[in-house]
Design a protein around this ligand. Structure first.
Ligand code: C5P
Length: 397
């Protein structure tokens, strides 16, 4: 919810500006007040009238407008918001921000503000990939500017690739995350969750009994402490939490790719029950009972995502937490696993059928760090998640 929050929305001049009109509606639906600022290029794409009608606010356009200055000066305008959002953030606006220019209303507001700034870039793929834009992006990240997107996909110019502005609802999520308070505010944490499905043929797959409940609860708890969470999930039984960036995958290989895309992050919690094996070669057509006889399934080993990320020499998250679901000698096995995989913490749990933990609502875990093991009493998965989130917050702040 954004009730009572004030957003200064700077709309840049790109075709994605039409999506900013929807963004205004979405932000207002959640209770925010949106004050729009149009660059002169933006006025080529959306009109001041539509922007004003949708926001129910005066639209600001000109740095040297005497009436505006008399009512509310540009310095005051830049400070009156809780958050400044730039959507679409064009290559030109990003360059101005990185260079510290202040030659029109938008760039002046961005220089004068003392509030957090979130940008949603949108531009042609070549412009996005241009070294100048990537250099500016690094500068802006170093200045503490928050980023959402861009997405990859078909572009209005007919090309394909990264550069599409994030969808309005994804920007709303980023706005909510930016305005959230808590010890993990400003931290980006990756969470993997759920099982993976490894196809045998187009209709059959190998899976496991993970419901995704514990990973989902952890993502929700981290988000509640203010973290920006990227939630990479296999096909889980429970819906993903609200307010996190959800990346849906099916297989272990897709999960690894999604994790690599999400990095770098400050922390990473690997709660997914990743299948250890996949088919050496999945069949493109459905295996037939009569024609093929009893199939012999040949396996290949899946990548170990936790170990791969833990052993990164560049871009390794500061805190990496793995899980060890064991059925016997839980602490010994989990302690050895922590060493073998190279993660910082392991959360060990006993998943023997008699515990009812796999698929159930409770969990009994032992947190294993370098300094030793700490067993927590049996509690709900939500309580385990909250305790883990607080421990993560303590370690990262
Ligand atoms: O080896 P095992 O499956 O018991 O390891 C469990 C931990 O490793 C969990 O944190 C799980 O998410 C992670 N893992 C992984 N990739 C795999 C297998 C496990 O990230 N292929």
């Amino acid at each position: 919810m954004l009730a009572g929050k004030r957003i200064l929305l700077i709309i840049g001049g790109g075709i994605a500006a039409f999506k900013s009109l929807d963004l205004i509606r979405r932000l207002r639906e959640r209770g925010a007040t949106v004050t729009p600022v149009l660059t002169s290029a933006a006025e080529e794409f959306v009109t001041p009238l539509s922007t004003s009608a949708l926001s129910a606010q005066k639209v600001y356009r000109d740095l040297f407008d005497l009436t505006d200055e008399a009512e509310m000066g540009h310095i005051e305008l830049s400070r009156a918001a809780d958050l400044v959002v730039v959507a679409p953030a064009t290559a030109d606006l990003m360059a101005k921000m990185a260079g510290g220019h202040a030659n029109d209303l938008a760039s002046t507001l961005l220089m004068a503000t003392d509030k957090p700034v979130l940008i949603a870039p949108a531009m042609n793929v070549r412009m996005w990939e241009h070294p100048a834009t990537q250099r500016n992006l690094k500068t802006l990240a170093g200045d503490g500017i928050l980023l959402v997107g861009p997405d990859e996909g078909d572009m209005a110019c007919g090309e394909y690739g990264p550069g599409r502005m994030s969808e309005p609802l994804a920007i709303v999520d980023a706005v909510e995350a930016a305005l959230k308070d808590g010890p993990l505010k400003g931290k980006h944490i990756l969470v993997t969750s759920g099982p993976t499905h490894e196809p045998i043929d187009p209709v059959r797959y190998i899976a496991n009994r993970s419901s995704g409940a514990q990973g989902t609860a952890i993502a929700r708890a981290l988000s509640a402490l203010g973290a920006e969470v990227t939630f990479v999930t296999g096909p889980a039984d429970v819906p993903p939490p609200l307010g996190v960036n959800v990346v849906n995958v099916q297989t272990a290989q897709q999960m690894l790719e999604a994790v690599q895309q999400a990095l770098p992050t400050d922390g990473a919690i690997f709660a997914a029950a990743v299948a250890d094996w996949r088919m050496k070669s999945a069949s493109d057509s459905k295996l037939k009972k009569d024609k093929d006889g009893t199939p012999v399934l040949e396996f290949a080993e899946n990548p170990d995502i936790l170990a791969t990320v833990s052993q990164l020499t560049k871009g390794r998250p500061e805190l990496i937490v793995g899980f060890a679901a064991e059925t016997d000698q839980v602490i010994e096995n989990a302690t050895a696993k922590r060493k073998r995989k190279g993660c910082d913490w392991i959360i060990a749990n006993d998943v023997s059928p008699e515990t009812g933990i796999m698929g159930g609502s409770e969990n009994a875990v032992t947190l294993i760090k370098d300094s030793g093991a700490e067993s927590w009493p049996r509690m709900t998965k939500d309580q385990v998640a909250s305790r883990i989130a607080h421990a993560v917050a303590e370690a990262l702040t």
